[in-house]
Each structure stands twice: as structure tokens, then as C-alpha cells.
Design a protein around this ligand. Structure first.
Ligand code: CP
Length: 338
């Protein structure tokens, strides 16, 4: 593995290898595995889990990490190509990324969707243009339409909890939120569940379907794994027999880039907040998943988040073990296995 940009780029053996390595590292510490290795972390957007879990993971493996948040004690960085840089940005990523890479053995970048141009965001053009100028192994810390670290950690969480892969019913449900949020987590998670071989239902109100390229990718994964993918606005039908309800909000593709029209479009959808009543017809041990951060009593009610179905902290913890497995595979030389 040369970089970790997209779970879809990995075959079943590579995913299985990362998951089993994550379990091994969780059970048996390897405090010298990445001794002397340095990870650079470039965050264009805020984070709690990704920021902390990568630093903690590198420390647990004997390496270290440094964090750059452009504009916060460092130069503001320009990401667009071909622009006249007479605004606030003092430096371009075309220089900054190779410079950071020259201090480190691997680089992680978080760069959310612009949220204005759906086609550009679906093409993940900002992240991919930065990837082109990165000369060391690169890790996607969440781009416009992908969050492979979240997806891998969530896969491990379902494995840990014995959620069935084949025959497991996974519902990704849209939830109300005051802001139009990016597509990265829903895109990554719907694909991950399909890649895991689950029967995936995308539950969303009319007008909030995921864009076709995202669905097509998940459908291809389901065809390969033996899983399935369907889409519905019918909550009762979707939740019947579910093993997982994974809640997430995302922007409507119908009004993408127009926050005012989007807000009006979603105004009547505040009942898309996961409550205990959503579990009436699910499997008895149906789990509640969310990538965090989550807004209480907006996306999910307190009773669910504080109750036994919620595995959100387990998911967040698994981000660290999953990412440690990724770092281990990227930064240890072949033949350096214990
Ligand atoms: N789920 C996730 O990526 O969390 P952060 O945004 O806090 O990193």
C-alpha cells in the first residue's frame, strides 16, 4: 500500500489485512514499530477525532506527528491552481506540501468540500490536485467525497460487535441539521457497508438522495461483495429488521451551493431525528452509529445516544486502531513484521 486515499481502492484481502492488524495492535502494543518516523498532518478544517487519534496512534507506535492548520499560526495556503495570489493566501500548496513532506515520512490532509459546485466536489478536485504534488505516502483525513479512515474504523466496530456482514441490514439514514453538510461521510459509509457485503438501505427524504456517482460506486461494491443497495423515503419499510441505523446529515443535491434555498427545502424535516421509536421493528440488538461530532436532539435524541444501542464512542476509539494499522503498513518496510 503506497497511500491511503480511498477504501474502494483496496481489495478484500487488503481490507482484511488492515482490520486484523488493527485488532492485533489493539491487543498487543508495538511501541517501537514506527520509531523515528514522522507524520505531518495538514488540516484545512476543524477536527477532534482525526487530529487526536492520528497523533495518539503515532505516539503509540513510537513515532511522532506535527500538525499544521493553515492560517492559525502559519501562512494561509492557496489550493486553487492558476490564480493570481493577491488575496489573503501567502503560499501555495504546490510549494507547501512538498516542503512539509520533506520533513516527514507520510502526510495526512483534511480538505472538506467547497460546497458550492457539486461537480467539482464529486470529482474531489482540490484533494486530488494536492495528492499530485505530495511525494510521500498520503492519507486522506476527509476530502470532499471520502473519509476512508472513518469507514475503516466503522468496519472494525461492526466486526467487534458481531454485526453480520452477509445478511446484515445496514440503514444509512439522512438526519436533519441546521447546515448543509458535506457528502464525504455518507459516501464513504454507504460504500463501506456495501463492500462489507451488507444489505444497505439508504433512507432519505425526497430530494436528499445521494448523487448518482456515489450510488454507482456503492452498487459496484455490493455486486462484488454479494451485498445489495436500495434507496427509499419510507422509514417504516427501511428500518424493519435493521442491524445498524447509521445517522448522518448531508446537503440536498437539488439545492447544492444555495444555502438559503437548501434551508427552506429542509425546514419541514426536523422529525428526521433518530429516537427510540425508530427501533420498534429493527433487530432487537440494532446498533446506533454516527461518525461524530453529533448535535444532540437535532440528529439523534439523548435517549438513543445515552442508551445501550449507541456505539459512537467505540467507533471513535476504533479510528485510532484502524489508522495505526494504515500507518504501520505505509511506514514499515517490507519484511519488518515482528
Ligand atoms: N468523525 C470525524 O472525522 O471526526 P472529526 O471531524 O472530529 O475528526
Amino acid at each position: 500500500m503506497k497511500s491511503f486515499l480511498d477504501l474502494a481502492a483496496l481489495g478484500p484481502e487488503e481490507v482484511a489485512d488492515l482490520l486484523s492488524l488493527a485488532v492485533r495492535l489493539e491487543r498487543s502494543p508495538e511501541p517501537e514499530a514506527l520509531k523515528g518516523k514522522i507524520l505531518a498532518l495538514l488540516f484545512f478544517n476543524p477536527s477532534l477525532r482525526t487530529l487526536a487519534s492520528f497523533q495518539a496512534g503515532m505516539a503509540r507506535l513510537g513515532g511522532s506527528a506535527f500538525v499544521i492548520s493553515p492560517g492559525q499560526g502559519t501562512w494561509i495556503l492557496e489550493t486553487r491552481d492558476g490564480v493570481v495570489m493577491d488575496g489573503t493566501a501567502a503560499e501555495h500548496v504546490r510549494e507547501a506540501i512538498p516542503v512539509l513532506a520533506s520533513y516527514a515520512d507520510a502526510l495526512g490532509i483534511r480538505s472538506f468540500a467547497g460546497g458550492a459546485d457539486l461537480a467539482a466536489d464529486l470529482a474531489d478536485s482540490t484533494f486530488l490536485s494536492m495528492a499530485k504534488v505530495c511525494p510521500v505516502p498520503l492519507i486522506n483525513l476527509e476530502s470532499a467525497v471520502d473519509h476512508p479512515c472513518q469507514a475503516l474504523g466503522d468496519w472494525k466496530t461492526m466486526d467487534d460487535l458481531g454485526v453480520p456482514a452477509r445478511g446484515g441490514r445496514f440503514v444509512l439514514s439522512w438526519a436533519w441539521h441546521p447546515k448543509p453538510l458535506p457528502l464525504a461521510v455518507p459516501a464513504a459509509v454507504v460504500h463501506m457497508a456495501a463492500q462489507r457485503g451488507m444489505d444497505v438501505t439508504l433512507l432519505r427524504p425526497e430530494g436528499f438522495g445521494l448523487p448518482e456517482p456515489i450510488l454507482a460506486r456503492a452498487r459496484r461494491a455490493a455486486e462484488t461483495s454479494g451485498g445489495s443497495l436500495r434507496e427509499t423515503a419510507d422509514r417504516r419499510e427501511a428500518l424493519e429488521g435493521a442491524h445498524v441505523i447509521y445517522a448522518k446529515s448531508w446537503a440536498s443535491p437539488v439545492h447544492y451551493g444555495n444555502a438559503e434555498a437548501e434551508a427552506a427545502f429542509r425546514a419541514s424535516l426536523r422529525d428526521w431525528c433518530v429516537g427510540e421509536d425508530w427501533f420498534a421493528t429493527t433487530a432487537p440488538d440494532c446498533r446506533f452509529m454516527h461518525c461524530l461530532p453529533v448535535r444532540r436532539n437535532v440528529v439523534v435524541k439523548d435517549a438513543v445516544l445515552d442508551g445501550p444501542r449507541s456505539v459512537v464512542v467505540h467507533e471513535a476509539r476504533n479510528r485510532m486502531w484502524a489508522q495505526m494499522a494504515v500507518l504501520h503498513r505505509l511506514l514499515r518496510k517490507q519484511g519488518e513484521e515482528r
